[in-house]
Design a protein. Structure first.
Length: 186
């Protein structure tokens, strides 16, 4: 198991000895050092003891294997889809190069605030698979549109946005990404 014990300890400004004393029951600085460097296996029990001594959650001390994050292409709210103001990413269930994410910021259509929608990018030749499904499409000036794919003709598509009372929108889209997974926190 790869841990971040050393990084968290240093960020808290604590020495090995101070963490060792804070553990319940107390241990030695040498033991904490061995757990940090991986020369001693970190059990769940040790992880919990050290997390309590550092006043963090045990999950904060564990590193996941290297896995690329999924870029957030758009933020969705009642006014439509828009590019994020800063770079954002989410961790996908498994990394795939043709996935992008949409984060729903306020309820719109069938989506609730806090939902994440995983979308798979498609080439124009594959648009038929997305007909009558929700898709994300790049629009003019770095903006995005999100809605039901009503029709397509080559690179030209027609979308019905998710907001109530919206009219269909036609645009040229070099690609679309079809919604294929809804991640909703309960």
């Amino acid at each position: 198991m790869i841990t971040a014990i050393r990084e968290v300890r240093r960020a808290r400004g604590l020495t090995l000895e101070e963490v060792a004393i804070r553990c319940v029951p107390p241990t030695t600085a040498q033991t904490i050092g061995r757990l940090e460097t991986g020369t001693r296996t970190v059990s769940v029990g040790w992880l919990n003891r050290i997390a309590e001594a550092l006043a963090v959650d045990a999950a904060d001390l564990v590193r996941l294997p290297e896995r690329p994050d999924l870029p957030v292409a758009a933020l969705l709210d009642a006014t439509g889809a828009a590019s994020p103001r800063r770079a954002m990413s989410v961790t996908p269930p498994r990394a795939e190069p043709d996935l992008v994410a949409v984060i729903v910021q306020s309820a719109t259509g069938d989506y609730r605030a806090g939902d994440m929608v995983w979308c798979r990018r498609l080439a124009p030749a594959d648009y038929l698979a997305a007909l009558h499904r929700d898709v994300l499409a790049p629009g003019p000036a770095g903006r995005f549109l999100f809605g039901r794919l009503l029709a397509f003709d080559g690179d030209a598509i027609s979308l019905l946005p998710t907001r109530l009372g919206a009219s269909p929108v036609a645009l040229l889209a070099p690609w679309i990404a079809v919604a294929e997974r809804l991640v909703r926190n309960l």
